[in-house]
Design a protein around this ligand. Structure first.
Ligand code: PLP
Length: 349
């Protein structure tokens, strides 16, 4: 979901970007106009996320899933890394990383169908691991870290923020790497942002691994080693500017807290629907719930769709319902959903 003002601006620029005589889609990535666009996108994202100067910002292709491999390929030195298994994307990243070294699960909530993220005390991180990996917001299960985990000294913290980036302030300096597919909170599908501390670059065995996944090659060429996802980068810049104009990530955090607490407050106040995620792990971006009856859940998905609300059907691995309330979702969208939920509960209890 993208903010309406961003889509309007895309429409206005579509045929003739700022008097250039062409659409951004048609531009050469080597052109002067496009160079201005990618530089502006990076500068805006740096301001909005307060990214320190000793971090590189890369705009890559291949989705977050490609980074599941790129992370161990770029970061392993001793060959060891630890993962917190909190859902299907963290588990997929772990599985991919196992192809490259000695991986260890520092935590897993698989036995309770990934209904919570770990507390700091529950983490069993090896002190000689190269990095410790988390999925900051578990899109499918509706859980989110409410704190920045602290690995032992010397172990880099790596986070997949695909589904909660730009939704709250983040102290980037606590992380070695933050990365995110753009398509939830930052832009259209097709761009993946990697934010990496400079001193972590340069360990990639270029002689045996593909050049496309080497972060240093991409950093040295300002994400233009080959053709970058040009249009997506342009839209991402507009979204970052929208966040800035709305009051920045602090304002996004307030909006996210308001939206999600409206839903959780309603869910906690009744007994027709049950929440899925443990209370202290609840996501502000993806709210998961169910009626406890698969047929009713299916009916809910169908009727909510007919009422103009799409994508409320939960992921197949969890079932039930999932309300994805990313940055662009207005409060009115949540009010409409709660009204629908009340009416549905009344009609089906
Ligand atoms: N990580 C998280 C948290 C996600 O939500 C997703 C997709 O929904 C992915 C990774 C996979 O992203 P992609 O489809 O860009 O590979």
């Amino acid at each position: 979901m993208l903010p309406v003002p961003v889509l309007e601006r895309c429409a206005a620029d579509m045929l003739n970007y700022q008097g250039s005589g062409m659409s951004v889609m048609e531009m050469s990535h080597r052109s002067k106009v496009y160079d201005g666009i990618i530089k502006e996108t990076e500068a805006t994202l740096r301001r909005v996320l307060s990214i320190p100067d000793n971090y590189k910002v890369l705009f890559l292709q291949g989705g977050a899933t490609t980074q599941f491999a790129a992370i161990p390929m770029n970061l392993l030195k001793t060959g060891k890394a630890d993962y917190a298994l909190t859902g299907s994307f963290a588990s997929k990243a772990y599985k991919e990383a196992q192809k490259f070294g000695d991986m260890h699960a520092a935590f897993s909530s698989k036995e309770t169908n990934f209904d919570h993220v770990p507390t700091q005390d529950e983490l069993d991180i090896r002190p000689d691991a190269d990095y410790f990996y988390i999925c900051a917001n578990n899109t499918i299960y509706g859980t989110e870290y409410q704190y920045d985990p602290e690995p032992p000294a010397g172990v880099e913290l790596v986070a997949d923020m695909s589904s909660n980036i730009l939704s709250k302030p983040v102290d980037v300096s606590k992380y070695g790497v933050i990365y995110a597919g753009a398509q939830k909170n930052m832009g259209p599908a097709g761009v993946t942002v990697v934010i990496v501390r400079e001193d972590l670059l340069g360990n990639y065995p270029l002689e045996k691994y593909p050049v496309m996944l080497d972060w240093k090659t991409m950093a040295d060429k300002d994400s233009m080693y080959n053709t970058p996802p040009t249009y997506g980068i342009y839209v991402l810049g507009l979204v970052a500017k929208w966040v800035e104009d709305m009051g920045g990530v602090k304002a996004m955090q307030e909006r996210a807290e308001k939206r999600s607490s409206m839903l959780y407050d309603y869910l906690d106040s009744q007994d027709f629907y049950k929440t899925v995620a443990a209370k202290d792990s609840r996501s502000r971006m993806n709210v998961t719930f169910r009626t406890g009856n698969d047929e009713l859940d299916a009916k809910f998905a169908k009727e909510s769709m007919a009422a103009g609300m799409s994508n409320l059907k939960g992921h197949r691995s969890v079932g039930g319902m999932r309300a994805s309330i990313y940055n662009a979702m207005p409060i009115e969208g949540v009010e409409k959903l709660i009204d629908f939920m009340k009416k549905f509960a009344e009609e089906n209890k």
